[in-house]
Write a protein that binds this ligand. Structure first.
Ligand code: ADP
Length: 294
């Protein structure tokens, strides 16, 4: 197993009386893409800022590159950061902005060239930010994060202000940077399906707690729901429960939750139908985010 680039244990944070993080543990290994999903207000930004050592924690431990980032700011040196709404100077060109970042980080002119190429901004580099689309601005923010050859990128909702096509492009770019440069990524989103495409592992955060962790597809499927139409819902629900499924009656339907594989449901339904219980139709319902993280 490669070493952990970020290791967060039992993290706690309060704002006034509000417990924003209530014992969160999470880790990112070198070279992997990890997703952090949760609705607005779940605590994602707070968790990422504490992981970077720019917000103070109230309890728990954080190791970034093996050291506490609150005590040792140099732990951030090889970490690129992308925020939800990049704060880009509107009358500066992409090129000027990246050059000034390179000077601050002690990076070279060729790093700027490389970052512009890497994010596909060649041809736009002399444009001022106020002339760029949201998608191109986000690319510039990613280029900014790449200056200084980071080993780890922390991206806080990098797609949230983008249209569907721009979202796809930004995620594809993040996946490509991981693949080609081996850079580890921790990326947050309030949309789980979006993370299915880039992250090998996902943590779901709800009200300051990790409520699920694993491969995104597994988390998603485990919360899938089947709605079965029948004229005898009580009888069908109790038979499905006997067959080991989590079934409940809703009007003239039976809802089956936590489906690890659709074939298990179909086998149980075939059995029930063979025994004379009417099965009129089955719909698989993809989970809403509330389902996934509750
Ligand atoms: P998310 O990124 O998942 O939307 P945040 O970490 O931004 O969640 O916020 C979690 C909760 O903490 C919210 O209720 C938010 O209002 C509160 N919060 C965040 N930052 C502050 C702050 N500086 N002062 C007070 N409350 C805050």
């Amino acid at each position: 197993m490669p070493e952990k680039i970020l290791d967060v244990r039992d993290l706690r944070k309060k704002y006034g009386g509000l417990e924003v993080l209530r014992g969160v543990s999470l880790s990112v290994y070198r070279g992997e893409v990890v997703g952090l999903v949760g609705p607005n207000g779940a605590g994602k930004t707070t968790l990422l800022k504490i992981s970077l050592g720019i917000v103070r924690r109230d309890g728990g431990e954080v190791l970034l590159n093996g050291v506490d980032p609150w005590v040792e700011p140099s732990s951030r040196e090889k970490v690129g950061v992308i925020f939800e709404r990049p704060n880009l100077p509107s009358s500066m060109s992409v090129r000027e902005f990246l050059e000034s970042a390179a000077r601050l980080k002690g990076a070279s002119e060729s790093d700027v060239e490389w970052a512009i190429e890497a994010v596909g901004l060649a041809g736009h580099e002399w444009k001022e930010f106020n002339k760029l689309s949201a998608g191109l601005k986000q690319r510039a923010a990613i280029a900014h994060a790449l200056i200084g050859s980071p080993e780890f990128i922390i991206a806080d909702e990098p797609t949230s202000n983008l249209d569907p096509m721009e979202r796809r492009e930004v995620l594809t770019l993040i996946a490509r940077l991981n693949k080609e440069l081996g850079v580890a990524v921790l990326v947050s989103s309030h949309i789980l399906p979006e993370l299915l495409r880039v992250a090998k592992r996902v943590y779901a955060l709800s009200k300051g707690r990790i409520v699920a962790e694993g491969e995104p597809q597994e988390i998603f499927q485990a919360k899938r729901l089947a709605r079965i139409r029948t004229t005898e819902p009580e009888r069908l629900a109790s038979r499905l429960a006997e067959l080991g499924l989590e079934a409940s009656v809703e009007g003239l339907s039976v809802l089956v939750r936590s489906i690890s594989s659709p074939s298990i449901v179909y086998e149980a339904l075939t059995k029930a139908a063979d025994e004379g219980i009417p099965v009129l139709g089955v719909d698989l319902v993809e989970p809403a985010l509330e389902e996934v993280i509750s």
